[in-house]
Design a binder for this molecule. Sequence first.
Ligand SMILES: [Zn+2]
Length: 507
Amino acid sequence: MGHAGRESGAAQPRIRRQRHGQRDDRGERRPRGRRELLHGRDRDRAQHRERRLHPEAAQHALRDPRRSDLPRARGAADARARRRARGRRHEPSARDRPLSGPQRHREEGAAHRQLIRYRAAWVLPIAAPPIAGGAVVVDRGRIVSIEERPASGEDLGSVAILPGLVNAHVHLELSWMRGRVPPCDAMCVWAQSLMALRRTVTEEPREPIAAAIAEARASGTCLVGDITNTLSAYDALADTEMSAMIFREMLGFSAPDPGGFVDRTLAQLAELTPIARLRTSLAPHAPYSVSPALFSAIADRAEHAPVSVHLGESPEEIQFLRDGTGPWRSVLEHLGVWNPAWTPPACGPVEYLARVGLLNERLVAVHGVQLTGDELARLSSARATVVTCPRSNRWTGAGDPPIDRFYASGVRVAIGTDSLASVEDLNMFHEMAEVRRLAPSVRARAILRSATQSGAEALGFAGDLGTIEPGRRAELLAVRVPDGVTDVEEYLLGGIEPLDVQWLDPA
Ligand SMILES: [Zn+2]
């Protein structure tokens, strides 16, 4: 690999490795041949899928040493050392700080020394069709341009460059529950076993959160929409390069002072150490757990930020809104929070959100398994977003989401994994593979856009992330693509493992 793309300056590696997979169990780096590296990739797709479904495959990939045919690169340990050198734990990194006057002047003065041109077998801008043999030009962490026929540059070989993926729905603080809440046929039963498990701890264990973020990074995620009740993932997010829209979740079916509740919650968010790549907003949990007054108070106060709601997830939610009966009613009564003054709205979940003032372009409606064609059309007209989490839906017993109808309706579709309490891993490539399996007729390009651009738009990061376009942050992936692949978009939906994912270093 050459360095021809760098205009000048000392040569240094620009492919970052993640902490997982760098070393084997003895902490030693082992060389890995190209033939081994591509295992599974040169087989036919059916075999590849079969391998992916093997329960040990993902863990094996995470432990596997990285290939040796790319230069040694900066890893998480180096990033931690840099943060220590900065002193205060949450002092913003250079990427997060707004440029001051003198600093900006200095960096602009040095611009000519920092252009990097990455050439690859494929470039996927997402906002435009894939480019074979293209290049991405990067300057100080920002994308400058895309070139269709670059004459020079740092040739990355048989990889596809694409923007970092966006996991639009996750609950990082539940990561310690991985494998501990069994799959279920009825979502309310699954939710009750989750609540019972959660009551066994006084606070969310921190180490699994950090491990989950590292796992998400290693499989190509640069931005998460993270739902939280405790803010316990904030420090862990601050310690990484992951961007996040942090949705402080609110529950209250009989909360006495909804306005005060929202004000206190917003004040709590305002006390967090400001970091530009970590933004905050609110998430009313779901129609069966949030009173109409609390929904309205959130709608009144969260004026400019996305608002995330679990919506149309289970058949029991539809029943509850229709006539106030069913398992969710029983759960509320069991918890002692049923409000006898509540009147069933006798409508669907989208109409219900419209009545409380939340049906707008900032709505991030998560799951949507039960939504009708009319409801999807209404979300589309409002320019809202549906986030689909199909692996979680199966795990919790909510059923398979109507993904074909999501896309046919024209609504913005984003993709999330949901929490490790209801999914095997946080690999967005695996989630895309499940979307593809459930919706074989949806265009591959549309699914890739959902996992990048649409997620960034829904979470309010479209100016920075989600596409390869001039001005966007250069959080770029290089994904190994075997020679001979002609449909790179479809290939990327086949279930990519972390072994074949690397981050390009924009520094
Ligand atoms: Zn959720």
